[in-house]
Write a protein that binds this ligand. Structure first.
Ligand code: ATP
Ligand code: GLN
Length: 144
């Protein structure tokens, strides 16, 4: 499947907001942040995590081998809360910026978000989610 055709099935959820949680290679994080920012996705949270996938921490691994803590490899996690109609764009942008094609490129999870509260203003919902100069502002200004 082409990255441009990636589509997230959100049909089970009626909520307005989702959290896109991407576990990626740490050295790809700058690329991912840059690509998201370029699209007007400015609200995000990144952290350093450790994880295991099929890749484990080893070059080769066969089914049934158990992971030890020492097998966990360094990954970066980027959490981005966006409105419903921005999920596909965010997922495609991250995939494009993080993909090498080698084992260990990572995984993206999409979760429903019930509500958002901006602490400074006590705004909630769409008002709290919106970022000044963000993607929706840019689109309404006629930018791509
Ligand atoms: P304010 O206008 O009060 O600064 P803000 O919406 O810009 O509000 P911040 O207070 O800067 O939000 O947000 C605090 C932290 O919350 C950010 O540093 C970031 O880690 C996280 N964050 C904010 N928005 C999002 C988002 N949409 N998705 C993921 N993380 C976010
Ligand atoms: N949905 C917001 C906007 O378009 C952007 C959200 C974000 O940057 N995470 O203004």
């Amino acid at each position: 499947k082409q990255i441009e055709d990636l589509t997230v099935d959100l049909s089970q959820f009626t909520c307005d907001f989702f959290r896109v949680e991407a576990i990626i290679r740490p050295w790809r994080l700058p690329n991912v942040v840059k690509a998201l920012s370029a699209r007007g996705i400015v609200g995000m949270t990144a952290s350093n995590v450790k994880g295991a996938g099929v890749q484990g921490g080893k070059k080769e691994r066969y089914s049934g081998v158990e992971h030890g803590v020492e097998d966990l490899v360094d990954k970066s996690k980027v959490d981005i809360v966006v409105q419903r109609d921005q999920v596909n764009s965010v997922v495609r942008t991250i995939t494009k910026a993080a993909q090498t094609g080698e084992v260990g490129d990572g995984k993206i999870f999409v979760l429903p978000v019930a509500d958002i509260i901006r602490v400074r203003t006590t705004e909630t919902g769409a008002d709290a989610e919106k970022m000044a100069g963000g993607m929706s502002d840019r689109l309404s200004n006629g930018a791509a």
